[in-house]
Ligand binder design. Structure first.
Ligand SMILES: *Cc1c(COP(=O)(O)O)cnc(C)c1O
Length: 371
């Protein structure tokens, strides 16, 4: 029996298009009529090598990656990049500049400090990371500047990036492929796949070739970007299935009209939900309006005691994954590419209905008070 599909607002692993799930499921049983599962083919087979090439080409096409940039597939998630970046690019005699914009930025800073000096050139920690801070300190002699394009937990997003007077390295885990970016503004971009690209298990790197060549010597092979560049991302066994499903998802994205087209839908979805958060008398948004993320929408209730009740109310409508991150509380609705507008509309009408039940019961309480 087929269960009804939930409205999945989970922050990651994220929802993927139903057609992609179906194609992936088919390939697990019998890939391309080869009489083999995608899970058991050699990563050195010509069939799988063509998957890697095709995935790289789709990424180049969809994000307009210039020819002098590499597209690499690694493992270990975005969290491994927190240490790999400074391991490769932070020399002892210099410093790295970091934007402190939230939970994941802080994790990146923690790891970088193991390898050298870190200057935090802007922070929004004074207001619970609810906004994107301006850069007021100079970073002209930094080895690189690290930023986070979308703060998945706090629900803020960078809509313009720091000037690339030094190499800019960006964690784009939770908004890559949701909008066009100018790759030339960056020397290295990384992203864990499971927020907008595919299943957990692969990490995408897009990096300028000359920047990779500038890495320190004496970096362990598995932590050295050049190992992946020089071995077609297959120095060891790559994450075969995540790469394959990412390819399917990118084909889907191309069919939707590409990144600019999906951005229009993402703007619309976010607008519809923020509009309700701002209208509804029970809820309020937690991020500074100018920096509101289109991918992860954070909000709370004026009466925090009602939050559990709303969660149960929403579950009855098939809504899952809207509980806010444990350290932040409240709600977070993630509106990744594959989440349809219709799911957002269900959430909006659920918020409206909840408001009605509260106003109704409020009126009843007042009436009883009068008696
Ligand atoms: C989810 C996330 C991470 C952590 O990713 P993993 O792949 O789980 O290591 C890092 N940065 C951002 C911005 C994220 O959203």
């Amino acid at each position: 029996m087929q269960a009804t599909k939930k409205h999945n607002f989970g922050a990651g692993p994220c929802i993927l298009p139903a057609t992609v799930m179906q194609q992936a499921a088919n390939a697990v049983i019998n890939w391309n009529d080869m009489g083999l599962s995608i899970l058991e083919v050699s990563h050195r087979s010509p069939e799988f090598e063509s998957v890697v090439l095709k995935t790289q080409l789709l990424i180049r096409e969809l994000l307009r990656v210039p020819d002098d940039y590499e597209v690499l597939f690694l493992q270990g998630g975005a969290s491994t990049q927190f240490s790999m970046v400074p391991m490769n690019f932070l020399q002892r005699e210099t410093y790295a500049a970091y934007l402190d914009t939230g939970y994941f930025a802080q994790k990146a800073i923690k790891e970088a400090k193991l390898f050298g000096k870190v200057n935090i050139i802007a922070s929004s920690g004074d207001k619970e990371y609810s906004y994107i801070p301006d850069i007021t300190s100079s970073y002209d002699d930094a080895a690189y500047l690290h930023c986070t394009s979308n703060n998945t937990i706090e629900g803020t997003e960078l809509f313009s990036f720091p000037e690339n007077r030094v190499p800019i390295i960006c964690d784009m885990s939770s908004d890559i492929f949701s909008r066009p970016v100018n790759i030339r503004e960056f020397d290295l971009i990384y992203a864990g796949a499971q927020k907008n690209l595919g299943p957990a298990g692969m990490t995408l790197i897009i990096a300028k070739n000359t920047f990779l060549s500038s890495a320190k010597n004496a970096v362990p092979s598995m932590s050295d970007y050049r190992t992946y560049r020089d071995n077609m991302s297959m120095y060891n066994t790559p994450p075969v299935f995540p790469i394959y499903v990412a390819m399917l998802n990118l084909l889907w994205l191309k069919e939707q009209g590409g990144v600019s087209k999906i951005e229009q839908q993402n703007i619309k979805k976010a607008f519809v939900l923020y509009e309700e958060i701002d209208r509804n008398s029970l809820f309020y948004g937690t991020a500074n309006v100018a920096h509101r993320s289109r991918m992860n929408i954070t909000f709370k209730m004026y009466d925090a005691a009602q939050e559990d009740e709303f969660l149960r109310f929403a579950v009855q409508e098939g809504i899952v994954g809207i509980k806010g991150y444990r350290t932040v509380g409240g709600f977070r609705a993630s509106l990744y590419n594959a989440l349809p507008l219709s799911s957002v509309e269900v959430l909006v009408s659920t918020m409206q209905n909840f408001e009605k039940t509260k106003i109704h019961s409020g009126m009843l309480e007042n009436e009883t008070a009068h008696v």
